[in-house]
Design a protein. Structure first.
Lengths: 430, 201
């Protein structure tokens, strides 16, 4: 062994005793109203014990040991919230195209449609995006990055995935495939939504080898064929943006026949076919504030969509249709309004936590306050579904995150009168 | 310039609002309000001093470079200056339905930094201040004898996700009633579009 190696071993050995003292990932949150988002429901006056970043105890009068104690004084504690299907970290300023990476559009129009299911939007993710702290200080701990659809692209937007807002570069869990159907995709399928079914069956034919790779009808690259073979064979979740009831009914039938595991995004008219959606076990991500007949696919828009879906047995989560990234924090306003319009409160919370975690195959580590889960927690000033309240402290893997963002920095710069110099100079007084 | 028509200016940045205020001074006209005003918090003192209203968002930001410096305390920082005129706006067919909830977000974020805003003050952002900006405060915008009976009865505090309008009166006529189907208007557009509902097989 070299002398420098032994020196390193000695250094590590010297540091080990310090590691057994207070670990930044150990804490005891005492006397909180614990919203488990799981089978135990809401627990009053309950403690949550965290060790090495994982929840190891949820109960009364837990022993802190060396863990830091946080007194919650009865305030609500929840898992960190799902931020919806967004472009956080993939879009910095919406109007600055150089900062927007969420949509592939290789072709100029529908005749040149490029179907690239292998496109993976998570490869553009920037964990240093200013949008990350802005979302995080409001209790958002994770989001599903979605691949978009627009002219020059395809109704098959490509793949997205879940990122945790903890600074990690990589997405976690399996990738989901994003598809847009109905009126919103018709301009990409020769002006008719009927062509979308024609196209999907054509892609299945190609995946199964019935359209040879060198055929003039072949649309996919080899990677694309491999990708679609997975999703069209029951592996992986296909997220379908779709609004109209009749289209949803056709999609449910198609997904059952072709063995495709789908989720619905938007589903403004989902309530009309709620029984069928529930029978199929398909989760739905609704914009609970979409109550206007924005187009003919959304004539049935109602604030009661989430409540009616839930009453029929559907797993309801949420996602905003507009400004979903910069204002991801608004997602709890969606849930609160759904509750105001008939959704049970616990279902509203589950829609922000355990339901999306379960839909994306992450239920073993995220989405609930339960033993074994990551200690991704939020302490609130009051009911988290009411915009009258805010997040007081957020923890990720048991570590308290700094409750600072670009927005709080700007706020603090202008909160006090200037000290005589322009505010761009450091203000040592505050 | 003669003041016959009120001047409302769409403007995001503090430096550009300042430029318009200088222009107004130079040419002798009055700016009634800036709309959007994402950076209004940076010149809150000047807006109040010059009696200019500001119709602002509770939380929109980042959709274009001009809105990159948006903060959730914008309305609160504009409002706290004596003589100010802060208005909660939405520029959205969705947001405009729930300006009371937009105001709730302002109150909550202000409270977080020790600025406590009483509900009877916050309601002015949705009523008195916009009426003032539009020059119709003598007719509406407050509950006072002599003004038009434009009134909302709420199910509780309007500053909550759970707030709902129970009854809405315009000029004293009950035009919307959550519990009376005879006072729930349905547009010509939506009429008859639901005749197949429940009949699909």
């Amino acid at each position: 062994m070299s002398a420098s190696f032994l020196k390193h071993v000695a250094l590590i050995a010297a540091l080990l005793p310090m590691a057994s003292a207070a670990n930044a990932q150990d804490l005891l949150i005492r006397d909180a109203t614990v919203h488990t988002a799981g089978a135990r429901g809401t627990l009053q006056g309950t403690d949550v014990l965290v060790k090495d970043g994982r929840i190891v105890g949820v109960g009364k009068h837990l022993t802190a040991g060396k863990a830091q104690i946080i007194e919650a004084h009865g305030k609500p504690l929840t898992p960190t919230l799902f931020g919806g299907i967004t472009d956080i970290g993939v879009e910095e300023v919406s109007g600055e195209s150089a900062t927007v990476d969420e949509t592939l559009s290789l072709g100029a129009n529908a005749a040149d449609m490029q179907v690239r299911p292998e496109f993976d939007v998570t490869l553009a993710y920037n964990p240093e995006s200013v949008l990350v702290p802005v979302a995080r200080v409001e209790g958002i701990g994770w989001t599903m990055l979605g691949a978009g659809t627009r002219a020059g692209g395809s109704i098959i937007g490509g793949r997205g995935g879940v990122v945790r807002l903890d600074g990690s570069l990589d997405a976690i869990g399996p990738r989901a495939l994003f598809v847009t159907l109905g009126g919103d995709g018709a301009n990409l399928t020769g002006s008719s939504r009927a062509a979308q079914w024609m196209l999907l069956d054509q892609l299945i034919d190609e995946v199964r080898g019935r359209i040879p790779a060198d055929s003039k009808f072949a649309l996919l690259t080899p990677a694309g064929r491999r990708t679609l073979a997975t999703y069209f064979g029951g592996g992986g979740r296909v997220m379908v943006r779709i609004q109209r009831a009749a289209d949803i009914a056709r999609l449910l039938r198609w997904a059952k026949q072709r063995n495709v595991r789908i989720a619905l995004v938007g589903a403004t008219e989902g309530w009309k076919v709620a029984t069928q959606i529930a029978a199929a076990g398909v989760p739905v991500f609704v914009d609970a504030l979409a109550d206007l007949p924005a187009d003919f696919d959304e004539i049935g828009a109602t604030l009661e969509n989430a409540a009616r879906l839930n009453a029929a047995g559907v797993q309801v989560s949420f996602s905003q249709s507009g400004d979903a990234s910069h204002n991801a924090r608004k997602i709890r306003q969606l849930a609160g309004n759904a509750v105001a319009n008939g959704l049970p409160w616990e279902a509203g919370l589950a829609g922000l936590t355990s339901i999306p975690a379960n839909s994306f195959g992450l239920a073993s580590q995220m989405g609930q306050i339960a033993v074994g889960q990551r200690a991704d927690l939020v302490l609130w000033t009051g009911d988290p579904l009411d915009v009258a309240n805010v997040a007081q402290q957020v923890w990720m893997d048991g570590r308290a995150i700094p409750m600072r963002s670009r927005q709080t920095e700007l706020r603090d710069r202008y909160l006090h009168p200037d000290n005589g110099l322009p505010r761009t100079y450091p203000d040592t007084a505050h | 310039i003669n003041g016959d028509i009120r001047v409302h200016i769409h403007c995001y940045r503090a430096d550009e609002m300042a430029n318009m205020l200088d222009l107004a001074k130079e040419f002798g006209f009055k700016i009634a309000a800036f709309h959007h005003g994402v950076e209004a918090y940076k010149i809150a003192d000047r807006l109040a001093a010059e009696g200019v209203c500001a119709a602002l968002w509770a939380d929109w930001w980042g959709f274009k470079m001009e809105s990159f410096d948006g903060i959730q305390e914008n309305i609160a920082l504009v409002d706290r200056v004596p003589g100010s005129c802060a208005i909660v706006h939405s520029d959205s067919e969705e947001g405009i339905q729930r300006l009371n909830q937009e105001a709730a977000k302002v109150i909550a974020n202000a409270h977080r930094i020790g600025i406590d805003i009483a509900p009877e003050h916050a309601i002015q952002w949705l009523t008195m201040n916009p009426a003032k900006a539009m020059g119709i405060l003598d007719q509406t915008g407050t509950l006072e004898a002599g003004k038009m009976a434009d009134v909302v009865l709420w199910n509780g505090s309007p500053f909550s996700s759970y707030a709902q309008a129970e009854q809405v009166y315009v000029d004293g006529a009950r035009l919307y009633d959550r519990h009376d189907p005879a006072r729930q208007p349905k547009s010509d557009f939506l009429l008859g579009q639901d005749l197949m509902r429940g009949a699909v097989k």
